[in-house]
Write a protein that binds this ligand. Structure first.
Ligand SMILES: C[S@@+](CC[C@H](N)C(=O)[O-])C[C@H]1O[C@@H](n2cnc3c(N)ncnc32)[C@H](O)[C@@H]1O
Length: 268
C-alpha cells in the first residue's frame, strides 16, 4: 500500500470523478427518501494543496488549479466549484458528507491506518458519515443492499496491485448481485486501451442494463504520468450524461482534456 492520494488530489481525473459523484448525489437528493453512499476507497478526505505532496507533482495545479475562472454551468459544476474552491481540496468522502441530508448516510472505507485516522478526523463534524478501517472490497459486499434501497457506490482503488482490475470487477459483480438498483461509479486508470476495454467488459458482465463509460484524456502529460482515466457508471440516473457533458464542455478546455462518452449498455 504505497499509494498516497495526496500526490494526485485535485488532478484532472479527480475533477471528472468528483463531478460525476456530485451529479449522482444530486439525482438522489431530488427525492425526499434517504439514501446511502458507500465509498470503498476513501483516502484521507481532505488535501492541503499547498503541502509538499501536491507541490511536488503539480497535478492539482494542472487540474482544479485551472478552474479558478470557471463560472456557471450545470448544478453539478457549480456545486463542485463551491466545494472545491479553497486551499484544501475535498476528497470523495468529504464531498459526499457535505451533500448528505439528515435522512442520508455515508460509509467510507479506507485500508491504510494513517489515512483512515485522518479521514475519521475530517469527517468528525458530519454525524451521518462513518469511517471503517478495512478492505473496501470485502466491506462493500457486507454493506449492500443498504436498508434505504437507494444509494451510490464509489469504487476508486489505487490500482497499484497487478490484479486490482480483477478485484474491482469482482467487487462490482458481487455488489451488483445484491443491490442491482444502486448507482455505481467505478474509476479506472487508462494506461493501455486493451486493459481498460477488458476491464469494462468485466464490469459489464455483472449484467447491468445501463452502463455509461466516460473516458478523459489529458494532452501534454509528461511521460510516466497518468494521461487518461475512465469511469464506468452503472445505472446512471436520468440525464446524468447530459449534465456531465454540459459540465465537461466547460471544464475540459481549461484542463486541456478531451472526453469520450460510450454507452456500453442501454441508453436514456
Ligand atoms: C485513489 S485513492 C481514493 C481517493 C478518494 N476516493 C477520493 O476521490 O478522494 C485510493 C485509496 O484507497 C486506499 N486503499 C488501498 N487498498 C484499499 C482497500 N483494499 N480497501 C480500502 N482502501 C484501500 C489507499 O490507501 C488510498 O487512500
Amino acid at each position: 500500500m504505497n499509494y498516497r492520494h495526496a500526490f494526485h488530489a485535485g488532478n484532472f481525473a479527480d475533477v471528472v470523478k468528483h463531478l460525476a459523484l456530485i451529479a449522482g448525489l444530486g439525482h438522489l437528493r431530488r427525492k425526499e427518501a434517504g439514501f446511502a453512499v458507500v465509498d470503498t476507497h476513501g483516502g484521507r478526505g481532505a488535501y492541503d494543496l499547498a503541502a509538499t505532496e501536491a507541490a511536488r507533482t503539480g497535478e492539482a495545479a494542472e487540474g482544479i488549479g485551472r478552474l479558478t475562472d470557471v463560472k456557471g454551468g450545470p448544478a453539478a459544476l457549480t456545486t463542485y466549484r463551491e466545494l472545491a474552491g479553497g486551499a484544501v481540496y475535498p476528497g470523495s468522502p468529504l464531498i459526499a458528507a457535505k451533500l448528505l441530508r439528515p435522512q442520508d448516510r455515508l460509509v467510507a472505507v479506507e485500508m491504510h491506518p494513517e489515512d483512515a485516522a485522518a479521514l475519521r478526523q475530517t469527517l468528525r463534524p458530519y454525524a451521518k458519515a462513518r469511517v471503517e478501517e478495512g478492505d473496501g472490497y470485502k466491506r462493500l459486499v457486507a454493506l449492500v443492499p443498504p436498508p434505504e434501497r437507494r444509494g451510490l457506490i464509489l469504487i476508486d482503488p489505487p490500482y497499484e496491485a497487478p490484479d486490482e482490475f480483477r478485484f474491482a470487477a469482482q467487487a462490482v459483480a458481487a455488489a451488483y448481485r445484491r443491490f442491482a438498483t444502486g448507482i455505481y461509479l467505478v474509476w479506472f486508470p487508462i494506461k493501455s486501451a486493451s486493459e481498460a476495454n477488458s476491464f469494462c467488459g468485466e464490469v459489464l458482465a455483472c449484467g447491468a442494463a445501463k452502463v455509461l463509460r466516460i473516458d478523459v484524456e489529458k494532452r501534454g502529460v509528461a511521460e510516466g504520468k497518468l494521461a487518461a482515466a475512465g469511469l464506468a457508471v452503472i445505472n446512471p440516473p436520468w440525464q446524468f450524461d447530459d449534465e456531465m457533458r454540459a459540465a465537461l464542455d466547460i471544464v475540459l478546455p481549461c484542463l486541456d482534456c478531451l472526453a469520450r462518452f460510450d454507452w456500453l449498455a442501454g441508453k436514456d
